[in-house]
Design a binder for this molecule. Structure first.
Ligand code: SAM
Length: 280
């Protein structure tokens, strides 16, 4: 939000908006575009439960938006009060405005604008029993969101985005994470930065490759911390990264499919690598 708009609307006040041309609504809608998310450092998350979870986990909410028709619904008033207390702007809007913000015909009744948070790669220091997921140039927002959700569910410690990756804070990605965007730390780096980090991290780098020589089920994932390195959807892992891996694992396949979908392959790898840590 611009300073001019901040001046117009005092932070902490509840404001009713019905017009799509309102400048605050325009700014929120603009978060659909990466350039605007990058510039503002903000992103949109949908759903009352997710907004509450995010605040519980310490994420900074800038704006809470709820449908006027949901005002009387359980928890909405107390969430609004909590957001006001946290210094957020609270907007009570028409469903038409919510639809426009979320780009959906049947929008969630509550959404929040949050500050983005990236983990610093230097702060990720793999410890015994931990598993990290590194993604080489992941391009598909749905794949990234699904991987973030799966990594969270499998108890991975963080995701490392290597090279030019899709934005973890796009609406499509955050939707696919089903809330895990707030739970799994995400760091980003270049190929060089990643390899430098690998040099200092005392972890086994397990690359996954269609030509991998090791059956993924034969690796000891408990002996040391593990970094699972997954290749780009189209190109797979480049030679420069593959040759730096301690092991190149392959998931055996039958049938006619050339390869598994990236998110599926990551899920298969993660639950095998976390087997020692997961109990029913
Ligand atoms: N055409 C690409 C290639 O030649 O590698 C296919 C990439 S695949 C869709 C995306 C990523 O998923 C791969 O780079 C690898 O990390 C992982 N993957 C998919 N199927 C796999 C398998 N059977 N074994 C190991 N990794 C696999």
């Amino acid at each position: 939000m611009t300073d001019r708009q901040n001046d117009r609307v005092r932070v902490g006040r509840v404001k009713e908006i019905t017009s799509l041309t309102n400048p605050i609504i325009k700014d929120i809608r603009a978060l659909a575009i990466k350039k605007n998310r990058d510039r503002s450092g903000l992103f949109l998350s949908e759903g009352q439960k997710l907004v509450i979870d995010a605040m519980d986990l310490g994420w900074t909410i800038r704006t809470l938006v709820y449908a006027k028709s949901a005002k009387e619904k359980a928890g909405v008033a107390s969430l609004a009060a909590r957001a006001v207390a946290a210094g957020a702007l609270v907007l009570e809007v028409s469903e038409k405005v919510l639809s426009a913000i979320t780009r959906r015909d049947n929008p969630q009744m509550v959404c929040g604008v949050f500050e983005q948070q990236f983990a610093a790669l230097a702060d990720l220091q793999p410890k015994q029993g931990e598993t990290y997921v590194a993604l080489d140039r992941v391009r598909d927002p749905g794949n990234l969101g699904t991987i973030m959700r799966t990594a969270d569910a499998a108890g991975a410690s963080a995701i490392i985005l290597v090279g030019d990756c899709t934005d973890p804070f796009s609406l499509e990605t955050t939707r696919a994470t089903m809330g895990s965007v707030f739970a799994i730390p995400v760091a980003r780096t270049s190929v060089e930065g990643f390899l430098k980090w690998c040099d200092s991290a005392e972890a086994t780098l397990v690359g996954t490759h269609l030509e991998g020589s090791v059956d993924y089920r034969t690796i000891d994932y408990a002996a040391r911390p593990v970094v699972l390195l997954m290749g780009n959807e189209q190109a797979g892992l480049p030679e420069s990264l593959a040759q730096r891996c301690d092991k190149l694992a392959r998931i055996p396949q039958a049938g006619r499919a050339d390869s598994l979908n990236l998110a599926v392959a990551t899920g298969v790898m993660l639950f095998e690598a976390r087997r020692h840590a997961l109990e029913v």
